[in-house]
Write a protein that binds this ligand. Structure first.
Ligand code: SF4
Length: 338
């Protein structure tokens, strides 16, 4: 059986971020968030370790929420030494962190390597120059490519996160971004729909009618196609949409394609698109074999896909087949008992 992956997230707010990405409210919330002390981080890790079920697990301590490599070096080292204690005791398998593409260089990577970091996630957001410019990211597509290749040359696992529906974005550009993430050699990705959060430049543009967020249906449709591309290229999609608990509670959601079950909606759509390409038998009753982990997605959120098939067939049975992967499926007619 494949080891189950667990991240132990430690949020380090980017209180002194000099950037002003239009969708981010860090400037407004700066001062309200507190960087946890090393003792608090240790306690968080201990409590997560106790709640992780015993079994074949792959556990990583994950420094999120800011540009880790932009933090003062002394603090980076303190965090990594603290995480390293758990690594040395074999209580975790690795350390991951997220940062900006333009906060990567050889010296920073050598430091991370020395302290046992295994995975680096870059917030790429879009790999379209105009979109990056319009949302004030203040880095270029070339920055993402060069950092990605440097990270890989040091042997880290690379994650490139993307955001859809930013100002100036289109489905075509989002698909191009996914293609470039694959080309840059990412092993994993996260797909976030852009939301309008209070006290951001994007909120002002939204209120002035200059920015229109994606509708939920659009965001789901775009994401389903991205998932398909990433899956075909072997890039693991480790997150689709925001977690309701972690990221939105205190962050003043104003507008945009937010849904607490966004991932389920996207996977339902991915299967709907996949089903559209299949040859369907003329029959009364059918059986659809799908991978065990995908069965609920294939049936669909609120049984959407199953209900649609039931308008054509009298009976539709979804069966888990452990030898199938991703969107593989076997459709057959259920023959009446003789
Ligand atoms: S999203 Fe942009 S503004 Fe917000 S913390 Fe990251 S780099 Fe800074």
């Amino acid at each position: 059986m494949m080891a189950k992956h667990f991240n132990i997230p430690l949020f380090l707010p980017e209180l002194a971020c000099p950037f002003r990405c239009s969708y981010c409210n860090q400037a407004a919330i700066s001062g309200q968030l507190k960087t946890p002390s090393l003792e608090e981080m240790r306690a968080t890790i201990e409590s997560h370790l106790q709640s992780i079920p015993i079994g074949e697990n792959h556990i990583e301590i994950a420094f999120f929420g800011g540009n880790f490599t932009g933090l003062p070096e002394k603090f980076q080292i303190q965090c990594l030494e603290m995480a390293g204690e758990f690594l040395q005791k074999n209580q975790i398998n690795g350390i991951r962190l997220s940062t900006r593409p333009d906060y990567i260089n050889k010296a920073k990577l050598e430091l991370l390597k020395k302290f046992g970091v295994t995975t680096i996630e870059l917030g790429a957001q879009s790999l379209d120059e105009v979109v990056l410019e319009e949302c004030g990211r203040d880095h270029t597509v070339a920055d993402v490519y060069s950092s990605a290749s440097l990270i890989k040359s040091y042997g880290f696992r690379l994650g490139l996160q993307m955001m859809i529906g930013l100002p100036g974005d289109s489905l075509e550009k989002a698909l191009k971004t996914a293609g470039r993430i694959i080309e840059a050699g990412a092993e994993e990705t996260r797909i976030y729909p852009c939301l309008v959060i209070s006290e951001t430049a994007l909120e002002q543009d939204f209120r002035a009618g200059k920015y229109i967020p994606l509708s939920l249906d659009e965001a789901v449709f775009w994401s389903a196609q991205l998932v398909e591309d990433f899956d075909s290229a072997g890039v693991k999609v480790i997150r689709i949409g925001l977690h309701p608990s972690e990221e939105l509670n205190n962050n003043g959601f104003v507008a945009g394609p937010y849904h607490p079950s966004f991932k389920e909606l996207v996977m339902t759509e991915a299967w709907r698109l996949h089903f559209e390409k299949q040859d369907w038998p003329e029959a009364n009753e059918i059986q659809i074999e799908v991978p065990a982990s995908e069965r609920n997605f294939a049936i669909g959120y609120g049984a959407k896909n199953k209900k649609k098939l039931l308008t054509r067939y009298k009976k539709v049975k979804f069966v888990a087949n452990p030898s199938l992967q991703k969107r593989e499926c076997i459709i057959s007619q259920i023959l009446p008992c003789s």
